[in-house]
Design a protein around this ligand. Structure first.
Ligand code: NAG
Ligand code: NAG
Ligand code: NAG
Length: 444
């Protein structure tokens, strides 16, 4: 009887497995069948170049192609000793991370053309923008009961809510994003960092007493909730008091009160962003996302856990555990090998380092288009830069003083998109965008 039952369980589970394989196999085939030979080749080329790039620049990391045309895993050398433990499960970090290259190219390419600053025109245009979205962006929103009193909600957001976006894509040329890793103290990157057009820092990172290592320039600062609550201290870190402060979480009363009463004259904005899933929640990645949405090129410093790292430390305070350092490192390596960023660290100190084997512009753009089709993204298959606009609204003309004398690359982009602002729609299944078309003066 027992043997019979075991036999049944086996037959049942293998049958079940067969069905699962059948279903996933078929859906993969179906998905791939939307692609032409050329498009499949583009995805193949992306994987091949990507693998070579990781080998050439990854300091021992290796990319291994997985199932289908999109999956890759990035593996650390076998002798890497992971140091970080998940405080919840007590497990140490793994040495292999899988990524979906198709999702990464499609999503990050979109970030480059989007605005990542929350504006009033966005909330006004978004279906249920005030009752759902704005309501959730205000801490203690529960008391506001879906922004039943709209005036009150507007009042709470007013200090951080511009009417139209304060920045446009490609507004800045070369940008540097500075993390807080202790390894910054191993190389004097200060002068190099100060030579960028814009510098993005994070949370409570000081420059005073560390300028040889981290430079003095500071154009933007990305803040998490904790730092936003200490806004009065944070603004003191930049002597010019001109730094724009970008808050990645909700707005709350303590912060508003400081802005009014201290008072704080720096521009303060809330960040709006794409959803990248669990790999990409930290302030570091948000800072890269913000920089990629306003800069031509983005270089990063002070994020790495290169071979031989012992502990994730901060350059300005007691060592701190940080979070998922190896996962982060693998993700940043993926970004470097998709041509999005360039990583600088004590082990890659050459400011003119060329990232070898980065897939060419042609490979990336063919793979992006193939990925959009494969993932059934909004507007896939079209070359119109406005293809992903799933909601289109008319907006007001931007004040000409808002962005004084934009760079050529920014003007070229504005012409291509006819002055349209694209906002990411979080959790939209096809990654559609909310687009605000505005009267556009092509002579500018
Ligand atoms: C982004 O804009 C550029 C033009 O600046 C365009 O060529 C490209 O297709 C756009 N990409 C996406 C994903 O919209
Ligand atoms: C809505 O909020 C405003 C601003 O705080 C307040 O003046 C007004 O009395 C409120 N309206 C209602 C109906 O509660
Ligand atoms: C810089 O060093 C001085 C003297 O040790 C100290 O008083 C000051 O607080 C330091 N500044 C920062 C931002 O750490």
């Amino acid at each position: 009887m027992r043997i019979l039952r075991l036999g049944f369980v086996l037959a049942f589970s293998s049958g079940f497995a067969a069905i699962v394989i059948y279903i996933t196999g078929v859906s993969n085939l179906n998905a791939l069948s939307v692609l032409s030979e050329d498009e499949l080749e583009a995805l193949q080329a992306l994987q091949t170049d990507f693998g070579k790039c990781v080998r050439a620049n990854g300091l021992g990391l290796e990319a291994v192609s997985g199932e289908g045309y999109c999956q890759v895993s990035i593996n650390f050398p076998k002798d890497t000793i992971p140091k970080w433990k998940d405080p919840k499960t007590g497990e140490v970090e793994g040495l292999s991370y899988s990524f979906n290259l198709c999702e990464a190219v499609a999503t990050w390419e979109q970030v480059r053309n989007s605005t990542t600053i929350l504006t009033k025109e966005f909330i006004d245009a978004l279906p249920n923008g005030w009752t759902d979205y704005a309501w959730k962006r205000i801490n203690k929103g529960v008391h506001l009961n879906n922004c039943e009193n709209r005036t009150l909600c507007m009042e709470k957001l007013s200090l951080v809510l511009p009417e139209t976006p304060p920045y446009i894509p490609r507004q800045f040329g070369r940008c540097a994003v500075i993390g807080n890793s202790g390894d910054l103290l191993n190389t004097r990157f200060g002068k190099e960092i100060d030579a960028y057009d814009a510098v993005v820092r994070e949370n409570g990172a000081p420059v005073q007493n560390y300028t040889d290592y981290v430079g003095t320039k500071s154009t933007f600062r990305l803040l998490n909730r904790g730092s936003a609550k200490a806004l009065d201290k944070v603004v003191e870190l930049d002597e010019s008091r001109k730094e724009a402060l970008i808050i990645k979480t909700t707005v709350h009363d303590i912060m508003n009160q400081m802005i009014r009463e201290v008072p704080i004259h720096n521009p303060v904005y809330l960040m709006l962003g794409a959803s990248f899933g669990s790999a990409a929640k930290g302030t570091g990645l948000k800072a890269l996302e913000f920089a990629l949405s306003i800069c031509d090129s983005v270089d990063m410093y002070g994020f790495t856990v290169d071979p031989g790292y012992k502990e994730w430390t901060r350059y300005f305070s007691e060592s701190r555990q940080g979070h998922t350092p190896l996962h982060g490192r693998a993700y940043y390596q993926m970004m470097e090998c998709l041509g999005l960023i360039r990583i600088h660290s004590p082990m890659r100190p050459d400011p003119n380092r060329v990232v070898k084997w980065v897939p060419s512009h042609n490979v990336i753009s063919a793979a992006t288009s193939a990925s959009e089709k494969l993932l059934r993204r909004a507007g896939a298959g079209s070359s119109d830069p406005l293809r992903a606009c799933s909601i289109i609204r008319r907006g007001i003309k931007r004040k000409t003083t808002a962005i004084p004398s934009p760079r050529k690359a920014a003007i070229v982009h504005q012409k291509l998109v006819k002055g349209t602002t694209m906002y990411p729609l979080e959790h939209h299944p096809g990654h559609g965008q909310l687009c605000i078309a505005r009267p556009y003066d092509p002579s500018r």
